[in-house]
Write a protein that binds this ligand. Structure first.
Ligand code: FES
Ligand SMILES: [Fe+2]
Length: 347
């Protein structure tokens, strides 16, 4: 079967998130699916992580339901046992002597914990990049937490949604941004591996702007996409006095479903303790609204392939899609050129 992983050109040559670091403990493996490839992540006794296909090479049972002992994982079906290199080191039906069993191993993946997340390299070759830097995790005055969310839609449309401003006054009306019937000016730049949006005119967010910005400081808003699946939305008030940053890394699970790890970073000075109580509920509510609208769009795609009409406000989507499609198609044909556009739209 041709899985997404074997059918996505060079989009596989990146680190993708398999889960939260805290969710893997010794003897307690984690199972996840990235690009239709089921993986098991487990920890050796020294804390080193192991990522391998969650599929026994014998009769393909899930190894994640097995047991971990002596830095090996044992299949629950007939007891085949694999070491952390994926080699099969014991087949009980062939005797107790621990022979070496060539060609019976399972595939292992490069895996690294970083920023509280577990990253797996899905590429064929050795890693030639670093995991995406999740921001503000240890920065002074900032607090952070992760949210895990499943979406019935695919990566390009989710990245677009996470950066799309016009939907906020409809999908999140009264929650995130109020409709003011004003024109917003922005620049949208495509680089080799990113799409960068700078908003030039006045903007404000928050279910009440006074809560997010009690001192009425000027706000700088930027939206950024980084290949192949990361978005970062920054709202910074004053001279870095207050801040609210939403960073999302979107994991392709199947062609129509994804899992998103969202890092919420905030800095509200003395109000941090208030936001600690309020923000998880608020951000969960707002993401639920996106889950619903993304499911809505995904349902439409399940009947017919996308056929979009664009406005200037959709420039960022066109740019994201162009970068991802070029990789998806194996980097054949001309590479999307760097470009900057002035984009004005109404919210
Ligand atoms: S399926 Fe795993 S040992 Fe048989
Ligand atoms: Fe949204």
């Amino acid at each position: 079967m041709k899985t997404m992983r074997n059918n996505c050109g060079t989009l596989r040559d990146y680190w993708y998130v398999a889960g939260l670091e805290k969710d893997v403990t010794y003897k307690d493996p984690l199972t996840t699916i990235i690009m239709e490839t089921r993986l098991v992540i487990w920890s050796k006794s020294d804390g080193t992580l192991v990522a391998m296909r969650d599929r026994c090479s014998h009769r393909n049972a899930l190894l994640s339901r097995g047991s971990i002992k002596d830095d090996c994982i044992k299949c629950p079906y007939h007891g085949w046992t694999y070491n952390s290199s994926g080699d099969c080191v014991n087949v009980p039906s062939e005797g107790p002597d621990g022979k070496s069993f060539e060609n019976r191993g399972v595939e292992v993946f490069h895996v690294t914990p970083r920023y509280g997340l577990i990253w797996v390299w899905m590429g064929k070759e050795e890693p030639d990049k670093q995991p995406f830097p999740m921001p503000k995790i240890k920065d002074k005055g900032w607090r952070t937490y992760y949210m895990e969310t499943e979406f019935d839609n695919e990566v390009t449309h989710l990245c677009e949604n996470f950066m799309d401003v016009p939907h906020t006054v409809f999908v999140h009306e009264g929650w995130f941004r109020k409709r003011k019937r004003i024109e917003v000016k922005s620049t949208v730049e495509r680089t080799e591996d990113s799409v960068l949006v700078n908003y030039i005119s006045n903007d404000a967010i928050g279910f009440t702007e006074r809560v997010l910005n009690p001192k009425n400081l000027p706000m700088v808003h930027t939206d950024k996409f980084y290949m192949p699946n990361n978005t970062r939305v920054d709202y910074i008030w004053g001279n870095d006095e207050h801040g609210f940053v939403i960073t999302s890394t979107t994991v392709p699970v199947t062609p129509t479903t994804s899992k998103v790890y969202t890092l919420i970073s905030y800095k509200f000075g003395v109000l941090n303790h208030v936001f600690k109580l309020f923000l998880p509920w608020y951000t969960r509510s707002v993401i639920k609204q996106d889950v619903d609208i993304m499911q809505n769009q995904g349902l439409a795609f399940s009947e017919e392939a996308p056929d979009f009409k664009h406005t200037p406000a959709d420039t960022l989507h066109i740019f994201i899609e162009s970068l991802r499609s070029w990789k998806q198609n194996g980097e054949i044909g001309p590479k999307p050129k760097p470009r900057v556009r002035q984009v004005d739209f109404w919210i």
